[in-house]
Design a protein around this ligand. Sequence first.
Ligand code: FAD
Length: 423
Amino acid sequence: MIYKNQKIYDVIVVGAGAAGVAAAIGAANTGAKTLLIERNPYFGGQATHSIVPTYCGFFTQSNPPEQIVGGIGQLVLDKLSKLGCYTGPKRTPNTGTSIVPLDMEATKFALDQCLLESPVEALLHATLIAVEVHDCCVYSITCATDGGKQTFEASAFVDASGEANLAALSGGGCRIGDYKGIFQAATLVYRIGGVTLSADAHPLKVQSAICRAKAAGIPHLTKELGTVIRMPEPSRDVIAMLADEDANGLDAWNLTQCEISGRRQAWAYLEAFRHYLPGFENAYLVQTGPQIGIRETRHIIGEDFVTQEDVLNARRCPDAIACGGWPIELHPEPGKKNVWLPIKDQSYYHIPLGALKPINLKNVWAGGRIISCDPYAFASVRVMGTGFATGHAAGVAAALQQNSTYADIGVIRKELMRQGAIL
Ligand SMILES: Cc1cc2nc3c(=O)[nH]c(=O)nc-3n(C[C@H](O)[C@H](O)[C@H](O)COP(=O)(O)OP(=O)(O)OC[C@H]3O[C@@H](n4cnc5c(N)ncnc54)[C@H](O)[C@@H]3O)c2cc1C
């Protein structure tokens, strides 16, 4: 069945990861009639759909850490706090960064509550599949649901799809991967239960266990050193990000192979841990995915651009709409060590409004990991704390746009700060 839904919105946000949730609530907080579309059965993007276990980027790497993301991101932290799942940032032993460990079910529930308490209309189980574009302006979007197609119109749109699906469908130019079309590695995240509380899951201990397992001939193991962390109380299960795949997130045939191969890796790591990691003898696999974590596919080509130098030199700018404080963390091909490059003085850089504005789409804004930046800057801006901040700004900018005229940067910044954003 194909039917036309007559609802007309001020702002439609595609994708309900960190960026999309912040964009939708940020837009609605200005008084804009806002619709949020998501293909999954829950909000949260990769935090809930790929069990990415921490919010990074809320804090700088300094000691003590400085909080640099507020606004809608803070609203989510407050909800997690009320559920007893957030008591402040945790400093990681190996990188010295400050993170927010997540319980994925609590995160789903916290995001439900944030959206229910906002005026946003949200539609899960709806996949954007088509757009109607006139004169570089998106007029409407069409979503596939199991009941048929639904079309929605809006004055302005936010692409928070993580894959720049809205921008690509609308004919906005996108860059795929880095300048050579190479993507950062994808990783299937898995959760392991049955680990004793005294077991030492420090990444270096895990690395030595994996090396021993490889030497003993356990097959299908790729990365040796990666993020392995304990979930917050009361679970204390272990989350491991080691099963790397050389995935093209835009190619379903390739993804099919990677999902299957990633699960094979997860079982191989479990075997390695049971044999070579004290305290893991009775460990079992609680969950993989559901989906392999895709770090990178498309990027918008924006009116402005965040560069590696901007990140490393902690560049500040007058048209800032967000702060980024996560070091450059680049995941090269599977099995290779990550590249870490710190921000000057363990401080933060500014993200300019133009990095959220695709050059040839007049009423579309972008938030999250698809914003306009070079490959090394991407390795910093992609984290979810920063995603909340850029998404929030994209939502506010979309809501304040009048036809093809963007609101003045001063007006956007003022509204963001009124909503608690840290600029
Ligand atoms: C393995 C791995 C580990 C990581 N570790 C961390 C970490 O520890 N901490 C951290 O902060 N970041 C981490 N990251 C990075 C981070 O998870 C992502 O960059 C971040 O989730 C991007 O947020 P986003 O809102 O832009 O997109 P996403 O989280 O990808 O959300 C996009 C949403 O859009 C939806 N969508 C896409 N297309 C459509 C469509 N056509 N119709 C409807 N809905 C659509 C998707 O279903 C999804 O829910 C990690 C990434 C990976 C892959």
